[in-house]
Write a protein that binds this ligand. Structure first.
Ligand SMILES: NC(=O)c1ccc[n+]([C@@H]2O[C@H](COP(=O)([O-])OP(=O)(O)OC[C@H]3O[C@@H](n4cnc5c(N)ncnc54)[C@H](O)[C@@H]3O)[C@@H](O)[C@H]2O)c1
Length: 257
């Protein structure tokens, strides 16, 4: 291990970490010297990831099966950080729910409730268990994964966008209220990613024409890679960002300009 690991000695809990952006954040954090608690409802994928992380970096990762919308699960995932790794420094609220793009009038009540439970309520629940642990350490860092949808919605994602808007206002309010406790709270807003669910966010079939049309809305002309988000997350979670709190950090190729 090199001398300049940016998250050396830190303990992170990352929700929805069995795939996509969360998986990439877990791999990057471990590479930078952090101990990571991988939280997901997808048990097989979560265990597989933890095995892969622990292969070059033994005892850096732990899988915890937890549904972030349940208060007792939320308490358990944070307690696991203390029991296995001795404390908590970083909480990444990344787990998310959405629906395939459709009219706001066609979104079911169950879909609406699920999105607000996973995307918003989970942050509220986790904060109540995490803040006392940050206080024991004397500081902490919370990263909420938002979306460009929360700042610059597209038609067909109304209530998902609204839930991400709530993530962003919560981020600022939490940052303000937790600053006296030296807990920083920031959000990262990725634009659409070129991986799972890409098609859910297009309007209709994934044709070359629709891709071209979509790409034209992103000035840098490509989609998000999970590593783009992970690189921003490493910075914001690290001590390099010790004076940064309450920001909405776009990783979106200029989409929100
Ligand atoms: N994919 C995109 O294009 C995109 C764009 C902007 C923002 N985002 C945001 O990035 C984050 C990660 O998205 P992703 O694309 O990697 O999605 P993903 O589906 O690959 O990963 C989300 C993970 O969350 C887990 N999860 C869902 N509900 C859960 C629950 N109740 N408890 C615990 N885990 C749960 C899933 O099992 C999954 O592993 C989300 O917050 C998403 O809104 C994604």
């Amino acid at each position: 291990m090199g001398m300049n690991l940016r998250l050396r000695g830190k303990v992170a809990v990352i929700t929805g970490a069995a795939s996509g952006v969360g998986e990439s954040i877990a791999r990057s954090f471990a590479r930078e010297g952090a101990k990571v608690v991988v939280v997901d409802i997808e048990v097989d994928r979560g265990n597989q990831l933890v095995e892969e992380i622990n292969e070059p970096n033994p005892r850096h990762a732990l899988f915890v099966e937890a549904d972030v919308t349940r208060d007792d699960d939320s308490a358990w995932m944070l307690k696991a950080a203390v029991e296995h790794f001795g404390g908590l420094d970083i909480l990444v609220n990344n787990a998310s729910a959405w629906h395939p793009r459709k009219s706001m009038l066609e979104v079911s009540e169950a879909e609406y409730d699920r999105m607000f439970a996973v995307n918003v309520k989970a942050i509220f629940l986790a904060a109540r268990h995490a803040v006392p642990l940050f206080e024991q350490r004397g500081s902490g860092s919370i990263l909420n994964i938002g979306s460009t949808a929360g700042l610059r919605p597209r038609a067909g994602m109304a209530w998902y966008s609204a839930s991400k808007g709530a993530v962003l206002s919560a981020t600022k309010a939490m940052a303000l209220e937790l600053a006296p406790r030296k807990v920083r709270v920031n959000a990262i807003n990725p634009v659409l990613g070129e991986y799972r669910h890409f098609q859910d966010f297009l309007e209709g079939e994934d044709t070359p024409e629709r891709r071209t049309q979509f790409m034209a809305t992103i000035p840098l002309g490509r989609l998000t890679k999970p590593e783009d988000v992970a690189n921003a997350a490493v910075y914001l979670a690290s001590d390099e960002a010790s004076f940064v709190t309450g920001v909405h950090f776009e990783v979106d190729g200029g989409r929100c300009i």
